[in-house]
Structures are given as structure tokens and as C-alpha cells.
Design a protein around this ligand. Structure first.
Ligand code: FES
Length: 117
């Protein structure tokens, strides 16, 4: 065995009820602001950096979520650049990207997966 997938460390952030349906909220995990999205219509959750790489503003949790050809995305509320919530890649044709994180729900609590250092 020469490659072992890194298991994330699961950090509890808040109860599910703290997150609006079809919307996002910001959670602070280890000093980093993370935008967490409750994508009720897809029955999925996503998380990414709250910081938009365009200007560095902490705004993505207030972005509009939707989908682009089946790909879940968030559009920044400032200048509407869109990012895939799966890969973090900018899908409005620019070279920016954001970091995404796995989300896990257990016993009504939202957990964010952070890579072990
Ligand atoms: S600050 Fe996000 S698109 Fe400009």
C-alpha cells in the first residue's frame, strides 16, 4: 500500500436549523470563514471558502445558489462570478477558484471536513 487517501477531520459547526433552506450561512472553522450551503432542492449540502477570490471580500455565504447544466454553483453577490460547489472552479469563464470542503450531517448537526495538516 503506497497511497492512503487522507481522511478529513470532521468539525461540528452548528445545528442544521441554523442554515436557511436553499441558502447559505457562514461558519468559522479553525479561524477560517467557511460558507455552508443547504441545497434543499437537491437534498445536498456544500461548503466552500467564504472569501471571494475576486476582491477578497467575505461574501460567498450570501451568494445565490443554483445550478449550471446540473453542476451546483454559487454566484457571488458582488459581481456575480459563479463557482462550482463541487470543484471550486470559476464557471463564469475566469481563472479564479475557491476551496471546497466536504459536509456531513449527523444527529441534526452540520460537520465540515478539514484536511489533516
Ligand atoms: S467580489 Fe465576488 S465577484 Fe467580485
Amino acid at each position: 500500500m503506497n497511497s492512503i487517501a487522507k481522511e478529513p477531520v470532521w468539525i461540528p459547526v452548528a445545528p442544521v436549523s441554523e442554515f436557511p433552506e436553499e441558502g447559505g450561512a457562514c461558519a468559522k472553522v479553525n479561524g477560517t470563514q467557511i460558507a455552508v450551503f443547504r441545497f434543499s432542492s437537491r437534498n445536498e449540502w456544500f461548503a466552500c471558502d467564504n472569501k471571494c477570490p475576486h476582491t477578497g471580500d467575505m461574501v460567498l455565504s450570501r451568494g445565490m445558489i443554483g445550478d449550471s447544466k446540473g453542476e451546483p454553483k454559487v454566484a457571488c453577490p458582488m459581481h456575480k462570478k459563479s463557482f462550482s460547489l463541487r470543484t471550486g472552479e470559476c464557471i463564469s469563464g475566469e481563472e479564479y477558484s475557491i476551496k471546497t470542503y466536504p459536509v456531513h450531517i449527523e444527529d441534526g448537526t452540520v460537520y465540515i471536513g478539514i484536511e489533516k495538516p
